[in-house]
Design a protein around this ligand. Structure first.
Ligand code: GDP
Length: 232
């Protein structure tokens, strides 16, 4: 959790000096989202978009506020369906942003089962995506500031670290608590996940707190050419 931050995404964010990517990806300033378009839903790799755009995926337990967070980033109320919509898909949803990179909405994991492995708790569909998708640059893992990270949250976080997949931890719904309560909760979540409190972004889809900081971190992901999965 770093400096206070709310709003429009118009503040300057430092960018890298050299850029070997297509011009659309070499933006100098803040990541300003100008367009967002649903591309497809997929369960299996052969259904993923045949596209080389960098991807940032969003994960969290059902009802944590993942749809609201993505809609807040792209400043659209309903592009990503919220859990109030009946028949919400359990597939992996791909959205093209600014015509140049993808946001990937992963199905929410359940409340019910406390499980030892990601495979048991969340399903091979997501594990296959995270494990094999070359376009993947990083994950935004969304948790609820008000509650301790759940066993499934801890299991996903440890699995991402084990697989060396870059991840941004988010603590959302911050507007539901007074600011004096934020810091102790961030510290506790950090102890549970084994990370520095500074690494978290405290977020609110309602007030847009944390939006600029998250856009800056997402931009860093997109500008990377990939990450080393630790495989030979
Ligand atoms: P998802 O299942 O993770 O996609 O969760 P949703 O985005 O559908 O959010 C679940 C519920 O939490 C909805 O009623 C949202 O309006 C609410 N919600 C999500 N994010 C926030 C937030 O930052 N602040 C507040 N107050 N409510 C939120």
């Amino acid at each position: 959790m770093k400096k206070q931050d709310a709003g429009s995404g118009k503040q300057a964010v430092k960018s890298g000096n050299s850029c070997s990517l297509p011009p659309a990806l070499c933006f100098q300033d803040a990541l300003v989202i100008t367009s967002a378009e649903f591309i497809t839903s997929a369960a299996r790799p052969d259904q993923y978009p045949r596209d080389e755009s960098p991807e940032v995926a969003f994960a969290g337990r059902s009802n944590v506020g993942k749809s609201a967070l993505i809609n807040c980033l792209i400043q659209r109320k309903k592009l990503v369906r919220t859990s109030r919509t009946p028949g919400r898909t359990q597939l992996i949803n791909f959205f093209k942003i600014n015509g140049s990179f993808m946001f990937v909405d992963l199905p929410g994991y359940g409340y019910a089962k406390v499980s030892q492995s990601l495979r048991a708790s969340w399903g091979p569909m997501i594990e296959t995506y995270l494990d094999s998708r070359e376009n993947l640059r990083g994950i935004v893992q969304i948790m609820d500031l008000r509650h301790l990270p759940t066993p499934d949250d801890i299991s996903l976080w440890s699995w991402l670290k084990e697989k060396k997949i870059p991840a941004i931890p988010i603590l959302t719904k911050a507007d539901k608590l007074s600011r004096t309560k934020w810091n102790p909760l961030v510290q506790t979540a950090g102890r549970i996940l084994g990370i520095s409190p500074d690494d978290f972004i405290v977020f609110s889809a309602q007030t847009q707190h944390g939006r600029n900081e998250l856009l800056g971190r997402v931009k860093e992901f997109i500008l990377q050419s990939g990450f080393n999965r630790g495989k030979n």
